[in-house]
Design a protein around this ligand. Structure first.
Ligand SMILES: Nc1ncnc2c1ncn2[C@@H]1O[C@H](COP(=O)(O)OP(=O)(O)OP(=O)(O)O)[C@@H](O)[C@H]1O
Length: 349
């Protein structure tokens, strides 16, 4: 099979071989700039995404999510490592990959001065559909996303949730087998976010699409992803299903808010001595610890802190969350890693 037919039209790369992951990344590295200004964005990222599943790429700002997606969607080249999408090598066959994937960026991609239907028809035409085929596909997608009634109204006047659905529908016009979504629910209100989660699940369950989404919302990854990797500073620090990752942390988490940072350090040493308490960490005035059994250990924790005259403003006991998984692997909590990198990221935008 030739890569390009004489007309320049691509041959069909064919279906994904049975059992082969829809996305495979192995040892991807990427450094931006050189010398003193070099930024190592990826330090050897590897993962595999089963076909027909929702996969989460989770990490704080600057972790390397966008760089990974850019490489997988052929917008950037890795310095080293290999990657394939829909069974196609991203470096050797970028045009094939582009035909097999859809991409929904974080920023709106639709024309607000066009109707929803016009936007979809235009996207279909850009992908080479004939006029009648593009119109039929537009109507199919409007119906699929519950947008049929609004289809002839200006997209710029739609609600944020409807506009996001339009962006997703646009990414699906050419029937890709793999859909990349960058922060799909950023900026949506809670109801629109829940609706978008349901849509994304449906795409995988009912349509057999493989969805790779990036997010820095732990809850989103927990609720939506069949499997996920947590990326930190260009490395995969944890991988598995959300339940597998949380189950690695047996027991509960005790989190105590301490009156001052000095007392928080004192609290750390006090708690480290309480039987059943382990992995004590301190960030500013927050002390966290893993405990074998939260309900049984809490009285001893409170008594120990009280005995050391440590002032508390709040104490909570919770089942392990993905934040705890991140804390265990990255040595700092997710929120703080995100906040720490935020000012630098703002400058980049
Ligand atoms: N074009 C670029 N030139 C220089 N440095 C870059 C460039 N793009 C990204 N970086 C840096 O590479 C690192 C990884 O960035 P990347 O955008 O992949 O992270 P991210 O996890 O997607 O973050 P965010 O959630 O903020 O998009 C960061 O330190 C970032 O500042």
């Amino acid at each position: 099979m030739s890569v390009y037919a004489a007309s320049g039209v691509l041959d069909d790369p064919g279906p994904l071989p049975y059992g082969r992951p829809a996305i495979e990344a192995a040892g991807l590295t990427k450094t931006y700039g050189s010398g003193d200004k070099a930024v190592r964005a990826l330090a050897g990222i590897s993962f595999a995404v089963p076909a027909g599943s929702v996969f989460g790429l989770l990490g704080p700002n600057g972790a390397g999510k966008s760089t990974t997606v850019k490489i997988l969607t052929t917008l950037s080249r890795a310095d080293a490592g290999t990657a394939s999408v829909a069974g196609i090598d991203v470096h050797r066959r970028p045009a094939w990959v582009r035909r097999a994937i859809g991409y929904v960026s974080q920023k709106p991609a639709f024309d607000p001065m066009g109707t929803g239907r016009e936007n979809l028809v235009l996207a279909g035409r850009i992908h080479g559909l004939s006029g009648p085929s593009a119109r039929a596909r537009a109507d199919e997608l409007l119906g699929r996303f519950g947008l049929a009634e609004a289809g002839n109204r200006l997209a710029g006047k739609w609600s944020g949730g409807m506009q996001r659905k339009l962006d997703v529908a646009t990414g699906l016009v050419h029937r890709p087998s793999v859909l990349f979504m960058d922060e799909p629910t950023t900026g949506l209100d809670p109801q629109a976010r829940a609706e978008m989660w349901a849509e994304i699940s449906r795409l995988a369950r009912e349509d057999g699409l493989t969805v790779l989404l990036t997010t820095h919302y732990l809850e989103e990854a927990d609720r939506l992803a069949d499997r996920l990797v947590i990326i930190d500073r260009g490395r995969v620090v944890a991988a598995g299903t959300p339940d597998e990752l949380k189950a690695q942390l047996d027991g509960d988490t005790v989190q105590a808010e301490i009156v001052g940072a000095e007392q928080a350090e004192a609290a750390r040493s006090v708690l480290a001595g309480v039987p059943g308490v382990h992995d004590v960490s301190v960030e500013e005035t927050t002390v966290r610890a893993r405990v074998t059994n939260g309900a049984a250990t809490l009285p001893a924790v409170l008594a120990a802190l009280d005995g050391a005259r440590v002032g508390l403003t709040a104490v909570t006991v919770a089942r392990p969350s993905l934040d705890d998984v991140y804390l265990r692997h990255a040595g700092r909590s997710f929120d703080r890693a995100d906040a720490a990198s935020f000012p630098r990221q703002e400058k980049n935008r």
